[in-house]
Design a protein around this ligand. Structure first.
Ligand code: MD6
Ligand code: FE
Length: 208
């Protein structure tokens, strides 16, 4: 099916309302299932060991983690030692439809934003396959997403990411700096407790 997208920057395609409410509810149930097996935890910054305000977990064969030793992908949850649960089929379907990349994603990072949390400007560059995009899905309260260029000092612009929106971050934007400035409390009724989930699927090892 052809989907309506907006090009935010070269290679950065925004699909507002990609999931309707029923599909968001079904996806949220899958995310809660992932968290039941792989609990959300606070990663820590490399070197300083300062905890992130955002909590994270993963699904897929690999998961992105951060601790005092640095950023990396690994096969097990850092606190439980268990393998990550599998990526829900509905997310794999979104990757097949939107990524334009023939190999499947290997990691899906789950970010959880409670009221007042944020994620600083960063690049996603811990993967070995930059030809694959990152496919990002938002659930719950609207976030103010900031996107710049490939240099930290480049000019930035802001985009509001609402529940059900998908962002595909590829091509010249794959290594663009980006972050979440804030989450707007009370903008969605999807999460009974409020807050926001963001799911980002990545290809980590070289694909074909
Ligand atoms: C978030 N997203 O939306 C944080 N990274 O909560 C990201 O850090 C991100 O949305 C790479 C590609 C797309 C993204
Ligand atoms: Fe990111």
């Amino acid at each position: 099916m052809a989907r309506q997208s907006i090009e935010i920057a070269p290679g950065a395609a925004f699909y507002p309302g990609y999931l309707d409410r029923a599909a968001q509810e079904a996806m949220l149930a899958r995310v809660r299932g992932v968290i039941a097996k792989a609990p959300l935890y606070h990663p820590r910054m490399p070197r300083s060991g300062k905890p992130f305000s955002v909590r994270m977990t993963n699904c897929g064969p690999l998961g992105w983690v951060s601790d005092i030793d640095g950023y990396r992908y690994q096969e097990i949850h850092p606190e439980t030692g268990a393998p990550w649960p599998s990526i829900p089929e509905a997310l794999m379907a979104a990757w097949r439809e939107l990524s334009g990349f023939p190999s499947p994603p290997e990691a899906c990072l789950v970010n959880h934003y409670a009221d007042g949390t944020r994620l600083g400007l960063h690049q996603d560059r811990d993967e070995s396959e930059f030809n694959a995009p990152v496919v990002s899905l938002s659930l719950g309260d609207t976030a103010i997403f900031r996107i710049g260029g490939t240099k930290r000092r480049d000019a930035t612009r802001s985009v509001k990411l609402a529940s059900g929106d998908v962002f595909v971050f590829g091509g010249p934007s794959r290594l663009a700096f980006h972050g979440i400035d804030r989450v707007l409390a009370g903008t969605s009724t999807l999460l009974a407790e409020g807050g926001r989930f963001n799911l980002t699927m990545r290809r980590v090892t070289p694909g074909r």
